[in-house]
Design a protein around this ligand. Structure first.
Ligand code: FES
Ligand code: FES
Length: 204
């Protein structure tokens, strides 16, 4: 039996050639810049024009592009509520929506509710009642609380509202149910409820 003829390429030159090929840009794609979309947002009363990758979530637009890092990324999957902001007065999870879907919308984040010198009543109540431990969920809790109290005032029923025709009562059960989309890993729920109840003006 005769030996096979020698390979025309050494293993080393074959590997080097393959690496060079994979690093080369594909024909027709070499100079293409990533597509971006223009979006205008009114954030905490200030107009912003952004040019974003259309896949950018509202949360990332706020945190990474506008440097408003008060809204937190807990799960990035709509499970924790840490990213809650208000859009045109309605609370939403900003991780679950794309920024480009909010052209012209008014967004309120925790930074827009109050300042260290002039806290929003709910911010002040959270401080008074120790409504946090690590504080990571707190911006979302407070934004959700502000919108939630408005929902009750507007007469919007929840899953636990007994009388759909009557205005919802400001009970602890109503508040707990309506805040159930905001998770606190530190378990500060009792104090959060106290803070909200004080601002809502009814006993828990
Ligand atoms: S980060 Fe949006 S719900 Fe958790
Ligand atoms: S205060 Fe730590 S997660 Fe709520």
């Amino acid at each position: 039996m005769t030996a096979p003829p020698p390979l025309p390429l050494s293993r080393r030159s074959l590997v080097a050639g393959a690496a060079a090929l994979s690093a080369a840009p594909s024909p027709g794609m070499a100079e293409e810049a990533p597509a971006t979309s223009a979006v205008s947002l009114l954030v905490n009363g200030e107009a912003h024009s952004l040019d974003l990758d259309p896949r950018t979530t509202l949360l990332d637009a706020l945190r990474e592009h506008l440097r408003l890092t008060g809204s937190k990324k807990g799960c990035d999957h709509g499970q924790c509520g840490a990213c809650t902001v208000m859009v045109n007065g309605t609370r939403i999870y900003s991780c679950l929506t794309l920024a480009v879907m909010h052209e012209g919308d008014a967004v309120t984040t925790i930074e827009g509710l109050g300042t260290p010198d002039r806290l929003h009543p709910l911010q002040a109540a959270f401080v008074r009642h120790d409504g946090y431990q690590c504080g990571y969920c707190t911006p979302g809790q407070i934004c959700a609380s502000v919108a939630m109290l408005e929902e009750i005032r507007a007469g919007i029923p929840s899953h636990v509202t007994a009388e759909l025709e009557a205005p919802p009562a400001l009970t602890a059960e109503e508040i707990r149910e309506r805040m159930s989309g905001n998770i606190c890993r530190c378990g500060a729920y009792a104090n959060i409820l106290d803070a909200i109840t004080e601002v809502a003006g009814t006993p828990a």
